[in-house]
Design a protein around this ligand. Structure first.
Ligand code: TXA
Ligand code: MG
Length: 316
């Protein structure tokens, strides 16, 4: 009930056949590792909450940090985010390449709320690796992808690294040789220009283009929004591990514990993860105190509980 059945992970070749098979896996909600010039990414359809939740499950990632969404070009980026003049200048200069821009979400973005961890912004990147480009064009949609390694382990720069870490947990790996950059992308918030994560594109190149110095990251935690003690806080008070709600509470159920809505009536943690942020939004809109059923502290349940503890934490 807590995990997907084991896969036999397919090694796909760098060919049209390989790309076609990868696109089929992505369309069916499966996870496919693919090369970018920085590191191999573990990709899934960024519009499909269950597919994105399964990325966290495969990596054993302890919390729902927001993920980078990969798109084919700057034009595709405009479907999901608003690019101001600085963002466009950076995109024109450095995309495709090892630059990720954190941008305000468009209203009609259509991305899973699990990709953005409920934030009003999204991290977008246009990878330069020819295979990543071919995959994005053939898939014709946004691909969410963290590095394709188990959480806490070294990032993969060859298909064999991905297989060693994730074999049996994902559908496929496309073999595109060794990653050119081998270091994750530089993450920039354009206005004012701030480096949130140093990476494959040097800060000097960015400040030279913009003709201004870059801000140091904000110590308030914007570099890792998922790690804030109180993050994604609904307006109402949140009570955890509730089996019988009070009369005034909006109840979010799970498994055998019913509610006004349920994260997963069947007790499936992947389904629960994919519903988490949406259900918190719904509960928030009810303008009542929120009660949430116990979630097992195992598999994706750890990440769900991590997010729920932050939602319930005293506000700064
Ligand atoms: O090179 C790379 O960037 C690789 C390849 C696969 O593209 N991807 C990668 O993704 O390193 P990941 O998920 O390991 O790193 C995502 C980083 C996290 O540190 C996260 O906090 C930050 O991006 N991030 C994502 N969305 C954000 C947002 N809306 N605001 C601030 N930071 C964000
Ligand atoms: Mg990583």
């Amino acid at each position: 009930m807590t995990s997907s059945p084991p896969f036999s992970t397919v090694l796909l070749p760098d060919s049209e056949t390989g790309i076609t098979a990868a696109v089929e896996f992505l369309r069916s909600g499966s996870q496919v590792a693919f090369p970018t010039e920085t590191v191999y990414g573990l990709g899934a359809d960024a519009r499909n909450g269950a597919a994105v939740a399964a990325i966290y499950a495969a990596k054993g990632r302890p919390s729902f940090n927001p993920l980078i969404v990969h798109v084919a070009d700057l034009q595709a980026a405009t479907h999901y985010a608003d690019l101001d003049a600085t963002a466009q200048k950076l995109g024109h200069a450095f995309w495709p390449g090892p630059l990720t821009l954190v941008l305000p979400l468009r209203r009609d973005h259509g991305l899973s709320s699990l990709v953005t961890a409920g934030l009003p912004s999204v991290a977008l990147r246009v990878p330069a690796h020819p295979l990543a480009q071919r995959l994005l064009k053939a898939f014709d949609g946004p691909i969410a992808a963290p590095s394709a390694n188990p959480s806490g382990k070294i990032s993969p720069t060859r298909a064999a690294h991905v297989q060693a870490g994730l074999s049996g947990r994902i559908a496929a790996v496309i073999d595109g040789g060794t990653c050119r950059v081998g270091l994750e992308s530089t993450i920039v918030s354009p206005t004012p220009p701030t480096i949130l994560r140093p990476g494959g594109l040097a800060a000097e190149e960015i400040s030279a283009l913009l003709n201004q110095p870059l801000q140091a990251p904000d110590v308030s935690g914007i570099t890792a929004p998922g790690q804030l003690a109180s993050h994604y806080s609904p307006n109402a008070k949140v009570r955890l591990n509730v089996t019988s709600p009070r009369d005034d509470e909006f109840m979010i159920g799970f498994g055998d514990v019913p509610g006004d809505i349920s994260l997963s009536p069947s007790g499936d943690l992947i389904e629960a993860a994919s519903h988490l942020f949406d259900h918190l939004h719904t509960a928030n809109a009810a303008e009542r105190p929120i009660a949430i059923a116990p979630i097992p502290e195992a598999g994706l349940g750890r990440a769900i509980n991590d997010r729920l503890r932050r939602a319930a934490a005293p506000r700064g």
